[in-house]
Design a protein around this ligand. Structure first.
Ligand code: PMP
Length: 378
């Protein structure tokens, strides 16, 4: 089977898995224990933090190890809103965000915060002029993803940072889950940033929150005070050491990978031109590890099954994303037509994808197209 669902999760790298196993076997001790082995493990944990900081060229930021980006997003957003609630009540997001952001925003709204959604441009970007019009002295929190997980579009983080310069009390959070390993991670003007190990050949249950200033967020998990008091609970040092390794590997491969991914998506975009009725949903300048396309008139689920029969694992984006809607809300926010949403599929690649895989996919695509051609709205 060919695996083209890497935006959902990636295959763990063998060396990441082996670091995890080794630390678990030899250094299972608690880093909070005062004895020699505990202290040795504490040093391993410190080395993992130092390695991540040097790989990502960070300075004074604090790294909080978490179980994944869902936890990092919850921690940063709830923590920042609660820490800043005496300075204002307004928070800004967009409908493009992942549920681990949007559902937190909606929970904060139920608690009494004022939630504002920034408009989305036709290309799926944050509408900067609209953002400017929403900003006021009551705004305490703004959140935006760096790369969208469904379409791959890239958000104008630097422009958002410039808009926020006039509002220094705003906490700016970035969900960079789909960016690491493809795009540079930088913290200029950003207060917190979330990552998830399994999206870049690390392990599931492994995440990070990078924080500009430790005191900007209120701890949502209380207990023994680990992770600078922000995430109590015995630290999973094996996972954290393995995450440092996954981040280094992802950064080492990043530039070469972007070149090959660009070649893959270019080849696929060219091929699709020969198939009338098939539409590419991803904007031309989307991150090349994601290619979203639609077969209007055909259900995404039917396409997933048809590709599966050809030995290719892909994803549909037409699944319900909320109880209130039967079409994907992110695609709806981008003004994509309902038949394009219902007929959409997402291909996503990683560093294990080869040009040979792309060629195999092309042959399978031809076959699937022939099967569904009559249903296509041309
Ligand atoms: N944000 C984005 C953009 C994502 O793609 C994902 C994973 N689909 C998450 C957050 C949540 O990550 P995790 O499931 O690893 O907690």
């Amino acid at each position: 089977m060919l695996y083209f669902d890497n935006a959902a999760t990636t295959k763990p790298d063998a060396s990441v898995l082996s670091s995890f196993m080794k630390v678990n076997e030899k250094f299972f001790y608690n880093p909070n224990s005062p004895h020699e082995k505990g202290q040795e493990v504490e040093r391993l944990l410190q080395n993992a933090r130092d390695q991540i900081k040097s790989t990502l060229k960070l300075n004074d930021e604090t790294l909080i190890f978490t179980s994944g980006a869902t936890e990092s997003n919850n921690m940063a957003l709830k923590g920042a809103a609660h820490q800043k609630k005496h300075f204002g009540r307004t928070i800004i997001t967009s409908l493009l965000e992942h549920p681990s952001v949007l559902e937190v925003m909606r929970e904060l709204e139920r608690e009494g915060f004022i939630l504002k959604y920034v408009n989305v441009t036709a290309e799926g970007g944050i509408d900067i002029e609209h953002l400017k019009s929403l900003l006021s002295n009551d705004v305490i929190l703004v959140t935006c993803m760096q790369v969208n997980n469904i379409m791959g579009q890239i958000q104008p983080i630097e422009e958002i940072v410039s808009c926020l310069k006039a509002y220094p009390k705003v906490h700016f959070h970035v969900d960079a889950v789909q960016a690491l390993g493809k795009w540079p991670i930088q913290m200029a003007g950003i207060d917190s940033l979330s990552l998830s190990g399994h999206k870049f050949n690390g392990l599931k249950g492994q995440g990070l929150l990078i924080l500009k200033n430790l005191h900007q967020i209120y701890p949502i998990i209380q207990g023994g005070g680990q992770e600078f008091g922000l995430r109590s609970g015995t630290v999973n040092v094996a996972s954290d050491v393995a995450l440092a390794k996954a981040i280094r590997l992802a950064e080492d491969h990043r530039e070469a990978l972007m070149q090959t991914l660009t070649d893959f998506t270019r080849a696929l975009r060219e091929m699709i031109q020969d198939y009338p009725g098939v539409v590419i949903n991803s904007p031309v300048d989307a991150s090349p590890h994601i290619l979203n396309m639609a077969f209007p008139g055909v259900r995404g689920e039917v396409l997933v099954n048809a590709f599966s029969k050809q030995g290719i694992m892909i994803s549909t984006t037409s699944a319900c994303s909320s109880k209130h809607s039967n079409v994907n809300e992110v695609l709806k926010a981008m003004n994509i037509s309902v038949s394009n949403i219902l007929g959409s599929i997402r291909l996503s690649f990683d560093r294990h994808t080869t040009m040979q895989d792309i060629e195999t996919f092309k042959a399978a695509f031809h076959q699937v197209y022939r099967e569904v051609e009559e249903l296509l709205e041309k």
